[in-house]
Design a protein. Structure first.
Length: 177
């Protein structure tokens, strides 16, 4: 029952710039419209877990809902799902172990963990089993960091590297326990 991170960062480890923007993710030309493995990754997972800030970001995109799987949103303040998304988004709150146990009990065992705070909280609880990190060759000099403070180091084993679009590097890591 793995919890998997799939995310892009700048060279200096940020997932959003100083203005909470992610425009820099689209600066690398992608003439063939490659999804850089995202479709294959989505085939592996059963559901997504993200925080409210990430949900707000996704809802701001000028596109159709991008996820074909259920999205569990962690929020202590949201009381209802945005109109039109009642069959796509499910609100959760509580201790992460309880939340994940509840999601797993519903048959969703391979979880995509998304969003800076959510990923950091899962790491603090040592609940990340795999990370797929796509590095975009830009230095942002500040913003929202992918990683935060940990009580103790967490060791991961490097599994694979891929070069994408002749400029992006995607690394896969597995948790060593």
């Amino acid at each position: 029952m793995p919890n998997i991170v799939y995310i892009a960062t700048s060279l200096d480890g940020y997932i959003a710039d100083k203005n909470n923007k992610i425009d820099w993710l689209h600066e690398v030309p992608n003439p063939e419209g490659s999804d850089m493995g995202f479709g294959n990754f989505m085939d592996r997972i059963d559901a997504l877990v993200m925080g409210r800030n990430t949900l707000d970001m996704v809802l701001s995109f000028d596109c159709e809902w991008p996820y074909p799987k259920p999205v569990f949103v962690l929020s202590n303040t949201m009381t209802q799902v945005p109109a039109g998304y009642e069959d796509k988004i499910f609100l959760m709150k509580g201790e992460l172990t309880d939340v994940v146990a509840s999601i797993n009990a519903q048959g969703f065992t391979n979880l995509y963990i998304d969003g800076g705070v959510t990923i950091q909280n899962f790491l603090k609880e040592d609940m990340i089993d795999e990370m797929i990190i796509t590095t975009i060759p830009v230095l942002l000099g500040g913003g929202i960091s992918l990683f935060g403070d940990l009580a103790a180091p967490l060791k991961f084993k490097h599994i694979e590297s891929q070069q994408l679009l002749n400029t992006i590097v995607q690394n896969s890591f597995m948790r060593v326990r």
